[in-house]
Structure formats: C-alpha cells, structure tokens
Write a protein that binds this ligand. Structure first.
Ligand SMILES: Cc1cc2nc3c(=O)[nH]c(=O)nc-3n(C[C@H](O)[C@H](O)[C@H](O)COP(=O)(O)O)c2cc1C
Length: 169
C-alpha cells in the first residue's frame, strides 16, 4: 500500500473481530513506532503490549472510554526519568505522539483497525492505568491504542479544509 493510501485509510475503529493479531505483526507495529523522530533522538518511550484477558477486562472496567472489544491494547508510555513531565519546555509529548501515529498508520497498512484513546494528561486515567499495569514511577501511560482486525468499515478520507491553511509566499 502507498503511504498516502495508508494515511487516508487510518480511521478510528471501535468494533473488532476476535481474530488474534500475530506476534510478528505486533513487532512490525513496534518497529514502526520506534522509527518515529524524537527530540535529541532521546526516544523517551516504553510500550506495554497487553493481550492478557484479565488485564484487558480490568482496563475496560475502569472507564467508559475503554469499553472497546479489541483483544490487543498497546500502551505508549513516556519514560520520564530525568524529565519533569510538567515542564512545558520538554518535547516528550510530541515524541510519543509521533510514535502513536506511526503505529496507527502501520496498522492501517497491514489491514488492521486501531483506536487511539487519550490517557495523558488526564491524571485519573494515568493513575488508574499505572495501578493496573504496575508501572514504575518514571513511566507515564500516554496513549492507549486498541488494535485488531476491523469489524466495521470506514471510508478513507482527509478532512482537508483550505480555510485552515495560511500561505505566506
Ligand atoms: C489524543 C486523542 C485522544 C482520543 N481519545 C479517544 C477516546 O478516548 N475514545 C474514542 O473513542 N476515540 C478517541 N480518539 C479518536 C478520535 O475521536 C478520532 O480520531 C476523531 O473522531 C476522528 O476520527 P478518525 O480517527 O476516524 O479520523 C482520540 C483521538 C486522539 C488523537
């Protein structure tokens, strides 16, 4: 698939088939994530790949924002050792966002559906996920990505709006 096609094909999918996503495909997704650019090439990320049914259930129970039926969730987390997460001068949020988007586009490219659910900076979500995943102090859950084979179809699209573009020639 062409890159542009995969970018347009990436849509938020909220209904998934039971079909398991293979280890090889998960690794491809993680390779895409870790190809992302990061400020000073610091790569301040850690990925929690959740297939365990009990943990998936716990995640789905804590809040309506997680009630999707995928059997695979990847948490993209920030490793904030040496970083003050409240320091607005830091780029870790951009770094992690780039990694998340790479996963979503790569998933679309391989025929998978995905859904980005925001965790950070909602403190209650961050803390709930930290408790479930038992993360060390320096690891901040940033985004939760549901991944699986799609059970709903969505049209590829852009939301191109020329009114949102300012050219300065
Ligand atoms: C930071 C972020 C947080 C999001 N959180 C949620 C969420 O909690 N639940 C949800 O169903 N969708 C969530 N979405 C998906 C958006 O609703 C979706 O991207 C938007 O409606 C556009 O649709 P599309 O992804 O199909 O283009 C989130 C997207 C982003 C980028």
């Amino acid at each position: 698939m062409e890159t542009k096609e995969a970018i347009l094909k990436r849509r938020s999918i909220r209904v998934f088939k039971d079909t398991e996503v293979s280890k090889e495909i998960i690794e491809e997704l993680l390779k895409s994530a870790m190809a992302a650019p990061s400020a000073l090439n610091r790569q301040p990320w850690v990925f929690y790949v959740i297939k365990n049914k009990d943990i998936l259930e716990k995640i789905k129970k804590i809040s309506p924002f997680t009630d999707k039926n995928s059997n695979l969730i990847i948490f993209v987390c920030g490793n904030v050792s040496g970083i003050n997460p409240l320091n607005l001068n830091d780029f870790w949020i951009q770094d992690l966002s780039a990694a998340v988007e790479n996963i979503l586009i790569s998933a679309a490219d391989m025929g998978l559906g995905s859904l980005w659910c925001g965790v950070y900076p909602r403190v209650e979500r961050v803390n709930a996920i930290k408790t479930i995943l038992k993360t060390p102090k320096n690891i901040i859950p940033f985004a939760m990505i549901h991944i699986g084979y799609p059970k709903e179809e969505k049209e590829p699209r852009t939301q191109y709006d020329p009114a949102k573009v300012i050219y300065i020639d």
